[in-house]
Design a protein around this ligand. Structure first.
Ligand SMILES: *[C@@H]1O[C@H](CO)[C@@H](O)[C@H](O)[C@H]1NC(C)=O
Ligand SMILES: *[C@@H]1O[C@H](CO)[C@@H](O)[C@H](O)[C@H]1NC(C)=O
Length: 881
C-alpha cells in the first residue's frame, strides 16, 4: 500500500503559478490539448454526420468510417426519454458474421494509456424484445461478456489500457445468444503518470467510481478533463460536506477532478467509521483500489482529523491526516488479496477529534490482454490494400493475424508467441483487382508467397518485388501488365531462389516447392527488424487545467420566501426544472422531474396534457395532498394548473424509492434496524390515511416504488393518484377504476372488485415480506410465477428464520424481532380480509420489533455504520438516480 504524499508548500506554489496560466488560456488549452486525445463515436448515426453533444460539448462522429459491416437502427421511441444520452439513441447491430470489429487509430499511437469506454442500450430496436448476450474483445483478447438485462437501462463499461499497437480493434463476437450491437465507443487519452499499475500489472477494468457528497449528478467532461464518469451516491448515516474554495488535485496520481474533490462525506456520529463493501463479479477478480481524500473543512487549532484504513479487517494504510484543500490519494501498490467480499473501513484514531472523511473512490479489476497484435507496418499495408482495391467482401476486420480463428482470408502469418505476428503470405488471386500493384507491398518485408493471379492489374511489374528478400513464390498470371519482368526479378527466378509465374511463361526454379530445405533455412534466418519504439513522453503534467467549476451559491436559508407561494405558472415550472432536463422517474400518468425552488430541491410531476383520466387524477391528488399533512406522507409544495399544463410539486426525496434501494443500481446495504425503521414510517403514514382522515382514505397502490426515502432515510408514502376517500361511513367502497400492481394487489379484489383498508394491509404485508427477505414480490421458478407469500410459507414450515431473512444481513438481526415481523407480514397477507390486522395493530407490532432490535444494537459491540454496497458492475450507469 502506498500513500502518495505531496510536498505541500511547493504544491500551493505550483498551483498558483498555473492558476495564472489557466485564467489566460483556459479555453484554448482545454480544447487543444485534451480533446485532441478524444475519439468519440456514436454508432448508428448517418454516415458522415457529426454533432456536438449538448451536455458534454464533446463532438461525436458517425461510426461508418471505423467499420464496414452491420446495420444501423434507432431505439424505440418509448425508450428515448429526456435523460437518455444522444449517443444511446442509435446503434449498429451485427446479424451477419461471428465477429465484427471497429478499428481505431488514435494519432498518439501505441505505448500511451487510454480510457476505452463502450456503451450499449438495447431499447428494443429490433421489436423482438429479446435481450442479447455477446462478447467484446479488444483486438485478439477477450475483454468481457455483455449481458443486456433491460431494454431501457444502458450498459457502460470502461477499461484503462496501454496500447501495444497503433491499431485498436473493438470486436463484438456472436456467441449464439442473440445479435450483438453497440451504441457508442469512446477513447480518451490519459496522462502517462496516471494509473501506472495498468502498465505494470495489466489493464484496469472499471468496477466502480464514486463521488461522495454529491447525491445527484454524474461528473464527467468538462469537469473531468479525461471524461471519466464519477457516479453520485447518497450515503446512509453520513453528513455531506462541500467547499466553494479551490481544492488542489493535480499533484495527486490519477488527477481526480476538482468538482469531485470539493465534496465529501463524514459519519453523522463523531465516533463512527465509514464502511463500504463490494463483491467481485468473478471470484478470481483481483482489485486495485484508489481512494482520494482532501479535508474540505477548516480545522480549528485544537482539532485533528486522523484515521486508519482497514481492508477485510487487515491494516491497509495509515494512520494519516488528509491535507487541507489539496488531494492525497491512497492506492493499492499490487492487486489486493482475492476475497469473496471486500469490506473497507475507515476508523478515526484515538487522538483524532474529528471523524474520518472520504471524497472519492475508484475500484478496478485487473484484466490481462496479453496477445500480441500483428506488426503495425504490415497492418498498415493491408489496410492500404483493402482501401485501394476496395476489398469488402472478405472477412478483413480487426487484427489480420489474431486471434487465429479469425485470420484474414488470403493471408498467412508467422506464429511466434513472443513477437508480433508478421505477414508471410498474401493471396489475392481472382479478386477483381484493378490498377497498379500497390507500392505498399514493398513494406511487407517478411513475405515469402505473393499470389496476385487472375485479376485485372495493369501497369508495369514493379522492381521492388525483387527486393523482398524472402519472396520465394510470386504468381502474376492472368493480368494485363505491360512491359517485361524487371531484370533483377528475372535473375532471381533464373537462379532458382524464386518461383515466378507470369502469363503462361512459368519460370519455376528448383525451389518452387516450399517443403524443401531452402524454405526452412530462410525462415530460420534471424532478421534484425528495425523496431520503431515509441518514445514515451517524458513530460509529466504537473498541473493540468481543469474546467471552471461554478457552484450555485447557496443561500443562507434553505427555504426561501418563494416556497410559501403554492401556485406556479408553466414558465416558472420550466425554469425550476431547467426546461425539464432531469427525469427522476415515470409514474402512473406523468413524468417526474427534478427542479429547484430557490435552493430547495423539488420533484415535479407533470401530467401528460391530453389525458382526461390523468386530469381527474390530478385534481384528486392535488385535493388530497392539500388537505393532508403527516410526516410520513409526501408533502405538497405547490402545483401548476396552466390550462393544458398540469403539475404537482413535491418535496424532493434524495434517496429515491424503497424498491430501488433494495434491488436497484446502487442498492444499499440496509441493516435490519434501518429496514424496520422504514416499514414503521410507512405504516405510520398508512395508518394516518386509514384512521386519521375523515372520511378514511384507501391508498390502493401500496408498493416499494411508492415508498420514498429522504436524505436521512425517513420513509414517506407517495402517489396518491389512485387513492379514494370512502364515500360514506360503512359504505360499499365499490370502485370501477382498475388499481393496484401485480403481486401487491389484494387477491380478494378479483372476486369482489372492491378495495378496502384491508386491501392496503395486504399490499403492505407484501412490502414487509420483500423488505424482510430481499426478494421481489413475484419470482420465476421453472417458468412459473411464485408469489413471495408462498415462498415464505414453504420456508416457515422448516422453522429456520435464517432461511427466510435476507442473507445479505449475514445473520446480523434480532431473531425475535425477525420472527415477529414475518408473522405480522403473513397475517397481513391472509386471504380472508377480516383476518388481516388493522394498520393500528401493524404499527404497534412493528414498533415492538424496532424496540427489540434497538435494544440488541446497544449491547452489541461497535457497529459498522453506513455499510453500503459498491457493486456497480451490474449497472455501471451514468444516469442520475
Ligand atoms: C496521541 O497524542 C499524544 C500526545 O500528543 C502522543 O504522545 C501519542 O503518541 C499520540 N498517539 C497516537 C496513537 O498517535
Ligand atoms: C491462392 O488461392 C487460390 C484460390 O483461392 C488457390 O487456387 C491458389 O493455389 C492460392 N495460391 C497459393 C500460392 O497458395
Amino acid at each position: 500500500m502506498k500513500l502518495f504524499e505531496c510536498f505541500l508548500p511547493m504544491l500551493i506554489l505550483v498551483g498558483l503559478v498555473l492558476t495564472l496560466v489557466h485564467t489566460q488560456d483556459a479555453q484554448s488549452a482545454s480544447l487543444f490539448s485534451f480533446v485532441a486525445g478524444f475519439i468519440s463515436i456514436d454508432c448508428g448515426i448517418v454516415e458522415g454526420s457529426t454533432y456536438t453533444d449538448n451536455v458534454t460539448n464533446i463532438n461525436y462522429v458517425s461510426d461508418a468510417d471505423f467499420i464496414d459491416s452491420g446495420e444501423i437502427h434507432n431505439i424505440l421511441a418509448i425508450y428515448n426519454s429526456y435523460d437518455v444520452d444522444t449517443q444511446l439513441t442509435t446503434l449498429r447491430s451485427f446479424p451477419k458474421n461471428t465477429r465484427n470489429c471497429y478499428t481505431l487509430k488514435p494519432t498518439q499511437g501505441k505505448g500511451r494509456r487510454y480510457l476505452i469506454r463502450v456503451q450499449f442500450m438495447y431499447g428494443n430496436y429490433d421489436f423482438k424484445d429479446q435481450l442479447p448476450e455477446f462478447d467484446v474483445y479488444l483486438g485478439p483478447d477477450y475483454w468481457q461478456t455483455i449481458k443486456i438485462n433491460s431494454s431501457s437501462k444502458p450498459i457502460n463499461r470502461e477499461i484503462i489500457h496501454v496500447l501495444s499497437s497503433d491499431y485498436l480493434h473493438v470486436c463484438l463476437i456472436n456467441t449464439g445468444h442473440g445479435i450483438p450491437f453497440i451504441s457508442a465507443i469512446e477513447l480518451r487519452l490519459l496522462a502517462d503518470n496516471m494509473y501506472k499499475e495498468s502498465a505494470d500489472f495489466g489493464s484496469l477494468h472499471a468496477f466502480s467510481r464514486v463521488n461522495f457528497g454529491d447525491a445527484f449528478t454524474t461528473v464527467r467532461y468538462e469537469a473531468d478533463k479525461y471524461d471519466r464518469l464519477w457516479l453520485p451516491v447518497s450515503w446512509p448515516d453520513s453528513t455531506r460536506l462541500y467547499t466553494l474554495d479551490k481544492v488542489y488535485t493535480s499533484l495527486s496520481f490519477n488527477d481526480p477532478p476538482e468538482e469531485v474533490m470539493s465534496t465529501a462525506i463524514t459519519p453523522e456520529y463523531p465516533n463512527d467509521s465509514i464502511s463500504m463493501s463490494w463483491s467481485p463479479v468473478n471470484p478470481t477478480d483481483q482489485f486495485f483500489i484508489y481512494i482520494h481524500f482532501a479535508d474540505i473543512q477548516i480545522l480549528k487549532r485544537n482539532q485533528l482529523r486522523e484515521f486508519t484504513i482497514y481492508l477485510n479487517g487487515n491494516h491497509w494504510i495509515g494512520p494519516f491526516s488528509p491535507f487541507n484543500h489539496s488531494t492525497i490519494t491512497t492506492a493499492s501498490t499490487e492487486p489486493e488479496t482475492v476475497a469473496p467480499t471486500y469490506i473497507l473501513t475507515i476508523n478515526k484514531t484515538k487522538n483524532s477529534t474529528l471523524p474520518p472523511i472520504i471524497n472519492a473512490i475508484e475500484l478496478y479489476t485487473l484484466k490481462q490482454l496479453p496477445q500480441k497484435q500483428t506488426y503495425d507496418q504490415d497492418v498498415s499495408v493491408l489496410w492500404s490494400i483493402k482501401s485501394t482495391y476496395k476489398i469488402n467482401t472478405k472477412n478483413w476486420q480487426g487484427d489480420p493475424c489474431t486471434p487465429q480463428e479469425f485470420v484474414w482470408e488470403g493471408i498467412g502469418c508467422s506464429n511466434n508467441d513472443t513477437e508480433s505476428p508478421r505477414i508471410v503470405s498474401l493471396n489475392l488471386s481472382s479478386n477483381g483487382l484493378n490498377g497498379d500493384i500497390d507500392p505498399g507491398i514493398a513494406n511487407l518485408t517478411m513475405i515469402h508467397t505473393l499470389d496476385l493471379s487472375n485479376n485485372n492489374l495493369t501497369g508495369i511489374v514493379p522492381n521492388f518485388l525483387s527486393r523482398l528478400r524472402f519472396l520465394t513464390v510470386l504468381n502474376l498470371k492472368g493480368n494485363n501488365f505491360i512491359g517485361p519482368i524487371p531484370a533483377e526479378l528475372q535473375a532471381k527466378a533464373n537462379k532458382g531462389s524464386l518461383s515466378l509465374s507470369f502469363d503462361g511463361v512459368s519460370t519455376d526454379g528448383p525451389a518452387s516447392s516450399c517443403d524443401g530445405n531452402t524454405c526452412k533455412d530462410s525462415k530460420d534466418n534471424k532478421i534484425i527488424v528495425p523496431v520503431i519504439a515509441s518514445v514515451a513522453s517524458l513530460v509529466v503534467i504537473l498541473i493540468a487545467l481543469s474546467a471552471v467549476w461554478i457552484i450555485k451559491k447557496q443561500k443562507e436559508h434553505g427555504i426561501g420566501p418563494d416556497i410559501r407561494k403554492q401556485q406556479y405558472t408553466y414558465p416558472e415550472v420550466q425554469s425550476m426544472t431547467n426546461n425539464f432536463s432531469v427525469v427522476l422517474g415515470k409514474g402512473g400518468f406523468g413524468t417526474v422531474y427534478h427542479g429547484f425552488i430557490g435552493d430547495t430541491q423539488v420533484a415535479i410531476k407533470m401530467l401528460s396534457g391530453s389525458s382526461l383520466q390523468g386530469d381527474k387524477e390530478f385534481q384528486a391528488e392535488a385535493y388530497l395532498l392539500l388537505g393532508i399533512h403527516h410526516k410520513n406522507l409526501i408533502s405538497l409544495i405547490g402545483y401548476c394548473n396552466d390550462e393544458s399544463h398540469k403539475g404537482i410539486i413535491y418535496e424532493y426525496m434524495a434517496n429515491g424509492n424503497l424498491e430501488s434501494r433494495i434491488f436497484g443500481i446502487l442498492s444499499f446495504f440496509l441493516n435490519w434496524e434501518k429496514r424496520l425503521q422504514i416499514v414503521c414510517d410507512a405504516a405510520h403514514g398508512l395508518e394516518y390515511l386509514h384512521h386519521g382522515c375523515k372520511p378514511p382514505i384507501v391508498h390502493r397502490d401500496i408498493k416499494g416504488t411508492n415508498i420514498l426515502l429522504n436524505e436521512t432515510f425517513q420513509a414517506k408514502l407517495a402517489d396518491f393518484g389512485l387513492s379514494k376517500a370512502f364515500p360514506t361511513e360503512g359504505g360499499t367502497h365499490i370502485s370501477t377504476a382498475v388499481a393496484g400492481t401485480p403481486g401487491y394487489l389484494d387477491p380478494e379484489y378479483y372476486t369482489s372488485t372492491r378495495l378496502t383498508e384491508k386491501s392496503d394491509v395486504y399490499s403492505f404485508g407484501v412490502v414487509l415480506l420483500v423488505i424482510i427477505t430481499g426478494q421481489p414480490a413475484i419470482t420465476k421458478h421453472d417458468n412459473e410465477n411464485i408469489h413471495i407469500s408462498r415462498l415464505v410459507n414453504l420456508k416457515l414450515a422448516e422453522g429456520d428464520i435464517n432461511s427466510i431473512v435476507d442473507p445479505r444481513l449475514l445473520g446480523d438481526f434480532d431473531v425475535n424481532s425477525a420472527w415477529k415481523a414475518v408473522e405480522l407480514a403473513m397475517a397481513c397477507v391472509a386471504h380472508t380480509p377480516s383476518r388481516r390486522p388493522t394498520m393500528k395493530e401493524v404499527v404497534m407490532e412493528l414498533n415492538d420489533c424496532l424496540v427489540t432490535e434497538r435494544a440488541r444494537q446497544e449491547t452489541k459491540p461497535k457497529k459498522l455504520t453506513g455499510l453500503m454496497s459498491l457493486n456497480l458492475e451490474s449497472a455501471y450507469d451514468p444516469t442520475p438516480l
